[in-house]
Design a binder for this molecule. Structure first.
Ligand code: ATP
Length: 369
């Protein structure tokens, strides 16, 4: 990329999605100014549950086409409990984007940030630093919109596991573990989470995992049943590195993981495919706090840092990767210095105040070394 300008499809969505996106865009503008060497061509696009209520369409085709053409998608949150499709399910264009753009790798880092109160009593919980890799195009979610209800007596949804997607997912997991390993003491480790003791689909999933593990002999490969993982993520979350799992299990474990580091407002995510990628906080539109300006924008800002890192790596633009590090460091500094206390930690700092504290701490490239 000659001029290091990236086109970004910006989808704020519903509820606090709009609030955390506004905060995030002001942080990105500060990064562009202070770090330099890259430019973001941001296009704000409509979509979501409220858009569905007004127009009858949650994400219009011309908006989808812009998402396809953009270098990356930056997404707030979509969905609203009172606005539903006729079958009773919620409006969730993020799921359509994941499926249509084949964003199979849902990367959800769970990292305790220094300066935030520990959630677990054990002091080791301050060292929690793992990634949940949630398969995001199939699994139980393959049945979305296709479940069958038989004469109001019986309902069925079918889980799908394919070899092609599982192989790509596991390869992604092993490479991610290698990448995270740089400078660490322990060998990289990937833990596959399934229910292979009960379901054939998961036995198949595990068999593919074990096959792919052979190709990465430098990475430790472990398997865990989902129920045991729910237990161990509370008992000893500091022991995990990369956790790879099916879509619905990943959905549930992501919220558990966010709980370990303070709440949904602390948990960023990226949905990555071979051609496209979307970056959004792990949380939803949070109707219970929407409109009050109190949503924690940390997850949104850290998702934007993941976007800059991904763009920098994919297009070989060092400035974007420097900006990603600069943003992460500014967030970490704001918490470490006790400058921000989101509502999830019992504080009173609003969305805007947290973004401003981060902007104040964005260092120039010289200062970041
Ligand atoms: P979805 O299913 O759409 O992902 P959800 O039903 O899991 O959404 P969220 O919208 O993620 O629900 O909210 C779950 C809880 O976390 C709510 O109590 C909400 O207020 C809180 N929450 C979510 N995001 C934030 C945030 N950024 N800051 C503070 N609290 C948040």
């Amino acid at each position: 990329m000659k001029n290091a300008a990236f086109s970004i499809a910006v989808l704020p969505g519903d509820g606090i999605g709009v609030e955390v996106m506004d905060a995030c865009l002001s942080v990105l503008a500060a990064l562009e100014r202070r770090v330099g060497g890259f430019a973001l061509d941001l296009e704000r696009l409509p979509g979501g549950a409220k858009h569905y209520r007004q127009t009858g369409v949650a994400l219009e085709e011309h908006v989808f086409a812009k998402c396809v053409r953009a270098n990356a998608i930056l997404f707030g949150a979509m969905g609203w409990p009172d606005i539903r499709y006729a079958d009773g399910t919620e409006i969730a264009p993020q799921l359509d984007l994941r499926a249509r753009l084949n964003l199979y790798a849902g990367v959800r880092p769970i990292r305790a940030i220094a300066g935030t109160p520990a959630v677990l009593a054990d002091a080791r919980s301050k060292t929690v630093d793992f990634v949940i890799l949630r398969e995001s195009t199939e699994g139980m979610f393959a049945s979305r919109g296709k479940g069958v209800i038989d004469a109001d007596r019986e309902a069925r949804d079918t889980l799908a596991i394919t070899r092609a997607t599982s192989e790509r997912l596991f390869d992604f997991a092993f490479k991610l573990a290698r990448r995270r390993h740089t400078g660490r003491r322990r060998p990289p480790r990937v833990t596959c989470v399934d229910k292979a003791n009960v379901f054939r689909s998961f036995a198949f999933f595990r068999r593919i995992f074990e096959e792919r593990a052979q190709l990465f002999p430098d990475v430790e490969a472990h398997c865990h049943y989902i129920d045991a993982m729910a237990l161990d993520l509370v008992r000893k979350p500091w022991e995990f590195d990369v956790i790879v799992t099916e879509n619905l299990f990943g959905d549930i474990l992501s919220d558990l993981g966010a709980g370990l580091i303070g709440g949904m407002g602390m948990a960023p995510s990226a949905d990555i495919g071979d051609e496209h990628a979307m970056f959004q906080p792990s949380h939803g539109s949070a109707p219970d706090i929407a409109g009050r300006g109190v949503a924690n924008p940390t997850a949104m800002m850290l998702s934007a840092a993941m976007m800059l890192d991904w763009l920098g790596e994919r297009h070989d633009v060092a400035a974007a990767r420097i900006a990603a590090t600069s943003l992460e460091n500014a967030v970490f500094a704001a918490f470490a210095e006790g400058a921000v206390r989101p509502i999830e930690f019992g504080g009173a700092d609003g969305t805007r105040a947290i973004a401003e504290a981060v902007i104040e701490r964005i260092a120039s490239p010289v200062a970041t070394g």
